[in-house]
Ligand binder design. Structure first.
Ligand code: PLP
Length: 380
């Protein structure tokens, strides 16, 4: 957000900045979802809904999960529709945490998680991912658990690393948490933005009693502004979430819920978007690989490439600032995602191929300039 604010200030001063820091799809919401929302307004679906969400939407979500993950979820008792995954995360964490409880997070990870946990007087505990490839080391995870551990919160596929958890890893996690009664929350918002299969494995597939799965419409259906997500969990957690939702929000937007029912039918539109992201993913990874010693791993999911830039600088904040000031390209410093993110930059490919090309040309030129100047002194 700081990078975006600085980039916008530069634009107000007349500079042309290429935005590779933004984490939302540059596509339009599918037409049928838009039409359904307009129809919903015209037909008067403008009132409060059930606080768990419309029964029709919950049913459609359960059907979708059955088709994609092969799981049987009771839409009446095990699904809650929420105001985005963000709203769902807040309600889920508020339901399971008591003050002082610890929540284990991966490092690097989506930065808001720590803020949610601290706000609820919980304590985030970071588990460093394996530096090479950002995989989750189950032994490290086990070491991070204490008698105060109440939950583990993971993101798969991951923002910022683009890596995902395979089913056997999810199983291994639930094997250690099961004995201790620890909840396993998995933010699966990028689950269908994957490039070698239809959907990333879900925590629901493990059948774990303490699983809380969060997904939503923001990314796959380009509906970030509609603010709609959902969670699937055991009936007790959902009942606690229902009580909180009823008090704090009453219900998610009725119009967005109607649109979401139509969005779930828009597989063709979603698949076309994923194909375009795939093209960009390969393009960005390939271009970055050719630059000044950057180490690049092709992401398996989401729309971020997270190269190791330590051959240029370990200070990702300084490097991102310098790229913004000199190359006029906005990217996110890896340090924003945790200590293990240091030495990396996050490039989002939720931008047109033309914007990506121009941005990467500028980055390449800047890096080449730093390494071939007369003094050959490192830039930072
Ligand atoms: N979780 C992750 C990992 C994200 O990257 C984002 C947005 O970038 C969100 C949640 C927010 O999702 P929503 O728009 O559904 O609140």
């Amino acid at each position: 957000m700081e990078v975006l604010a600085k980039a916008q200030a530069m634009e107000r001063a007349g500079e042309r900045v290429v935005h590779l820091e933004i984490g939302e799809p540059d596509f339009e919401t599918p037409g049928p979802a838009v039409e359904e929302a307009v129809k919903a307004i015209r037909e008067g679906h403008t009132r409060y809904t059930d606080s768990m969400g419309l029964a029709e939407l919950r049913g459609a979500i359960a059907t979708n999960l059955r088709g994609l993950c092969g799981v049987d979820i009771d839409p009446g008792a095990e699904i809650a529709v929420t105001s985005g995954v963000s709203g769902g995360l807040f309600l889920a964490l508020a339901s399971v945490l008591d003050p002082g409880d610890e929540v284990v997070l991966a490092d690097p990870t989506y930065p808001c998680y720590q803020n949610f946990i601290r706000f609820l007087d919980g304590a985030p505990r970071m588990v460093p991912l394996v530096e090479e490839g950002f995989g989750l080391d189950i032994d490290r995870l086990q070491e991070a658990l204490t008698p105060k551990s109440r939950a583990i919160l993971l993101n798969s596929p991951s923002n910022p690393t683009g890596m995902l958890l395979e089913k056997k890893e999810l199983r291994a996690i639930t094997e250690i948490t099961g004995e201790r009664g620890i909840y396993v929350l998995v933010d699966e918002i990028y689950s269908s933005l994957v490039y070698d299969r239809k959907r990333a494995p879900s925590i629901l597939e493990t059948g774990y009693e303490g699983a809380i799965m969060l997904d939503g419409f923001s990314k796959l259906y380009a509906m970030t502004g509609w603010r709609l997500g959902y969670m699937a969990a055991g009936a007790e957690v959902i009942e606690a979430v229902r009580r909180l939702q009823q008090n704090f929000y009453i219900c998610p937007s009725s119009i967005a819920q109607k649109a979401a029912i139509a969005a779930l039918q828009c597989r063709r539109e979603a698949e076309a978007m994923v194909r375009e992201f795939d093209r960009r993913r390969r393009f960005v990874a390939e271009r970055l690989r050719g630059m000044g010693g950057l180490r690049v791993r092709e992401p398996l999911g989401a729309y971020y490439v997270f190269p190791d830039v330590s051959a240029i600088s370990r200070d990702s904040f300084a490097l991102a600032s310098r790229l913004l000031e000199e190359a006029k390209v906005a990217v996110v410093p890896g340090r924003a995602f945790g200590e293990m993110g240091e030495g990396h930059l996050r490039f989002s490919y939720a931008a047109s191929i033309e914007a990506l090309e121009e941005g990467l040309d500028r980055v390449e030129k800047a890096i080449a300039g730093w390494s071939s100047g007369p003094s050959r002194t490192p830039p930072l």
